[in-house]
Design a protein around this ligand. Structure first.
Ligand SMILES: Nc1ncnc2c1ncn2[C@@H]1O[C@H](COP(=O)(O)OP(=O)(O)OP(=O)(O)O)[C@@H](O)[C@H]1O
Ligand SMILES: [Mg+2]
Length: 279
């Protein structure tokens, strides 16, 4: 396990790392209790979350590589149990990352430590590390907040640096859920899906928020239920001047897909309906 701890006094600062010498490659001791309480998911913690000391995390492989992050499957199990498979979203640092999510989203957000701010501005390696950590924290905060609001999002299990562990969204067979874009629902299910989208956007808007990168690729189809993912750029509809434009884009991305599948919906109607709930 990588235990990183800093001890501060007026005289020294100490960093140390403990490696999982005693575990094979691809395994580590569960990091659940290593992170601070606020880096663990909100109460009530669902029954399926493995919380005990002595549990082992096992890498099962890549689920999907993305533009900013890669999503892996990770099993966490107490000794002698099957445990649970989670999604581990790991934000890339350094060169591996592209930076299309930019100041449109971050306007109004501040970086506290000035060294971090300088590094971000200069685009140094440290700056890129800070940036990916910030996206991870941003997504973590959004997941926690939206989960607590009752939005259909994966339960956030923990955040540790640039790694976010969350509920794996599954389909009716227990396999990782397909993205909405890959599904061909019949007319009834299509209409039911659209109502779920409308409800989710409305709930977000009543909290003054928009997703900001919503598309049929960032919505998963868990059987008859939709789950919204990929939330690091959640936008403040009121404070961010680009908020309404981003909401309209979200509505357009989704309505375009629903129309293509045969449901006559209009992005301006949806937008009007949703934004009215924000004020
Ligand atoms: N909790 C989850 N349960 C099941 N699958 C997930 C989960 N989180 C992510 N995925 C899968 O991983 C993919 C990438 O996740 P996400 O969209 O959060 O990351 P991203 O780096 O922004 O990817 P992209 O650049 O493709 O948008 C998703 O499209 C989905 O297929
Ligand atoms: Mg995505």
């Amino acid at each position: 396990m990588t235990l990183s701890s800093e001890q501060h006094s007026s005289r020294f600062s100490l960093d140390f790392t403990v490696y999982d010498d005693d575990l094979p490659d691809g395994q580590r001791w569960s990091t659940y209790l290593d992170v601070e309480r606020l880096c663990r998911g909100p109460e009530p913690v669902p029954d399926w979350v493995v919380t005990g000391r002595g549990a082992i995390d096992t890498e099962l492989g890549v689920l999907k590589t993305g533009k900013e992050a890669d999503v892996f499957l990770l099993r966490r199990a107490a000794p002698g149990t099957d445990g649970v498979v989670m999604a581990a979203k790991r934000y890339r640092s350094a060169e591996h990352r592209s930076f299309h999510r930019s100041t449109t989203y971050t306007e109004g957000r501040r970086v506290r430590r000035s060294r971090d701010q300088r590094a971000l501005v200069k685009g140094t390696a440290h700056g890129r590390e800070v940036a990916s950590g910030q996206w991870a924290v941003a997504e973590w905060s959004a997941l926690v907040r939206l989960w607590e609001m009752g939005l259909p999002v994966p339960y956030p299990v923990q955040i540790d640096g640039t790694e976010l562990l969350m509920e794996l969204v599954t389909d009716a067979d227990g396999l990782p859920a397909p993205r909405l874009a890959a599904t061909r629902p019949d007319a009834d299910l299509l209409a039911a899906y659209f109502e779920q989208v409308r409800d989710a956007l409305g709930l977000l808007a009543r909290a003054g928020l928009a997703h900001g990168d919503l598309s049929p690729y960032n919505v998963l189809a868990a059987g008859e239920r939709l789950v919204v993912i990929d939330l690091p750029q959640v936008v403040d509809l009121v404070a961010n001047p680009a908020g309404p434009d981003l909401l309209l884009r979200d509505c357009t991305n989704l309505c375009t897909w629903f129309r293509r599948r045969g449901l006559e919906v209009d992005e301006h109607d949806l937008f009007g309906d949703v934004i009215a709930q924000a004020w």
